[in-house]
Write a protein that binds this ligand. Structure first.
Ligand code: ADP
Ligand code: MG
Ligand code: ZN
Length: 502
């Protein structure tokens, strides 16, 4: 059945309790594929990165990629999982044209990592623990492109093209246990979990985890049960959701749709669903009432994986600081609120600010430039902060020039503008545009004398004790020096010359 009327979100949550399960696939950034030596570099000609193994030709033998296994163990450890002492790959048998072997080499009942958890921080600062069922190794399939139809899907297409360059690229699939107790915050928890996982993967350096490029994708399983009920309801599985925002929207939509079906006294069909970016809805995919029978069996061509305990401990000791802890540490070091930290995160500025501070800038200055002027420029040009033609070293240099008094705020802004416009390094821009603060006392003194001479009535007022009137003279000097004077010093000089106390 199709439900067209969704139940309002709050109404759905007043009656039902959502349970979620998130399955995330991460493409590892190894140089070669999981079971052969073919390159994984993106953008090559179709089918140029293939060999008998990843094309599934008879007699070809796979060999495990050691870096792939190492990445899997490190991900498992970072997710607080137990690491299998011994595990095997399994064949998951099914036919699909983009999978020439007719089975996917995966792991089934012997995953390399299991029983872990990931703590995620919600927008209000609260920490929610997501339990991890397993993380296992598998391989990606090839890519089909359907030509001739209106939608790009196979229906209505006249023919399809197959590119096996992606076949055999290592994937790690990370599956949560059923997530209960999130209530109305279930969609937020889903989004925060995927965001945290992405940060973790990036911190480990095992993948760039760019969702928009398909390097990380999420299946959102969701069911509702009446509040107070223990047993789970029937779930739907929205496949391949590929942005953080979409993960949240898909969960929200499914809550409202399930509620509508259940309110109408009907049953949820266990099925996969597609998410539609344009309107945030999902539509039915494949009905999956019975567990599919993939005839799994242990892969006979690969030796079991038996990570020694010494090696696992070595890898554990080498884990980087985990993103959530690092964020909290930085937030304290920078002395900013949870909310401010969230803005820094959303702007993708954490690494840039850290690098600017490492290059010698005070944290508040580094944050001010990246989150102010530079965020504005990135916004205007529709680019990411990291893609602006200015780096942490440049920003740190500008901060240093401000710190030593060579630039004031206004001149610093112009310097940054020059760097962004391709005029060179901060020092080159200052030199070319002649931006240095006039600190030569002689030149400043002359400018002050001229301002006094040009405004005798104001000067008289100041002499008479109206110290506030000095502002007008400061303004005149700043104008004469094109903003390149240190305003505080100018004020001092004016008062000195007129013989009044500041
Ligand atoms: P499959 O391989 O068919 O997708 P899994 O057993 O791997 O099935 O489960 C998929 C995900 O859905 C897991 O994260 C699991 O915790 C979760 N899950 C299982 N049952 C339910 C349910 N009734 N409601 C919500 N999530 C569920
Ligand atoms: Mg699934
Ligand atoms: Zn190959």
């Amino acid at each position: 059945m199709t439900v067209t009327e969704l139940v309002p979100y709050e109404d759905a949550l007043a009656v039902y309790d959502p349970v979620m399960g998130l399955e995330v696939h991460v493409e590892l950034g190894t140089a070669t594929k999981m079971f052969c030596g073919c390159s994984t570099t993106l953008g090559a000609d179709a089918n140029s990165q293939t060999c008998p193994t990843c094309l599934g030709l008879p007699g070809a033998l796979p060999v495990v990629n050691a870096t792939g296994v190492e990445s899997a163990v490190r991900i498992g450890l970072a997710l607080n999982c137990e690491i299998a002492e011994w595990c095997r790959f399994a064949r998951k048998n099914y036919f699909y044209p983009d999978m020439p072997k007719n089975f996917q080499t995966s792991q089934y009942d012997e995953p390399i990592a299991f029983n872990g958890h990931l703590d995620v921080q919600l927008e209000d600062g609260e920490v929610f623990r997501v339990e991890i069922e397993r993380a296992h190794m598998e391989e990606d399939t090839g890519k089909s492109t359907h030509i001739g139809g209106a939608t790009g899907r196979i229906h209505g297409a006249s023919h399809s093209l197959l590119d096996y360059n992606r076949a055999g690229i290592p994937l790690i699939e990370i599956v949560t246990k059923p997530i209960e107790g999130a209530g109305e915050r279930a969609p937020e928890v889903a989004k925060a979990y995927v965001a945290e996982l992405r940060e973790l993967i990036k911190a480990l350096g095992v993948s760039e985890a760019r969702m928009e490029m398909g390097q990380m994708r999420c299946d959102v399983n969701l069911s509702l049960r009446p509040k107070g009920e223990k047993t789970f309801g029937t779930r739907s599985e929205t496949k391949n959701v590929n942005s953080l925002r979409s993960v949240e929207r898909a969960a929200r939509f499914e809550i409202q749709r399930h509620a509508a079906v259940l309110d109408a006294g009907e049953k949820i069909v266990q099925e996969t669903r597609h998410f539609h970016e344009e309107n945030g809805s999902t539509t039915s995919g494949r009905v999956k009432e019975e567990a599919e029978d993939y005839r799994y069996f242990p892969e006979p061509d690969l030796v079991p994986v038996a990570p020694s305990r010494e090696w696992v401990e070595e890898l554990r000791a080498g884990l980087p600081e985990l993103p959530r802890l690092r964020r909290n540490r930085l937030r304290e070091e920078w002395g900013i609120s949870q909310h401010e930290m969230q803005s820094v995160l959303n702007a993708g500025a954490v690494g840039l600010i850290v690098a600017t501070v490492d290059a010698g800038a005070p944290a508040d200055q580094a944050r001010k430039w990246w989150m102010g002027e530079l965020a504005r420029r990135a916004n205007e040009s529709g680019t990411e902060l990291a893609d602006l033609p200015i780096g942490p070293e440049d920003v740190a240099r500008v901060c240093a020039l401000v710190g030593e008094g060579s630039l004031n705020d206004k001149l610093a802004r112009q310097t940054i503008e020059g760097v962004l416009d391709g005029e060179g390094t901060p020092d080159e821009v200052v030199e070319k545009r002649g931006l240095k603060v006039v600190s030569d006392e002689g030149a400043l003194g002359t400018a002050v004398d001229e301002a006094i001479a040009g405004n005798p009535d104001i000067a008289e007022k100041i002499r008479g004790g109206k110290v506030q009137a000095a502002g007008a003279l400061v303004g005149a000097v700043m104008k004469a020096t094109r903003g390149q004077a240190d305003a505080a010093r100018v004020r001092e000089l004016i008062l000195e010359k007129l013989g009044v106390e500041g």
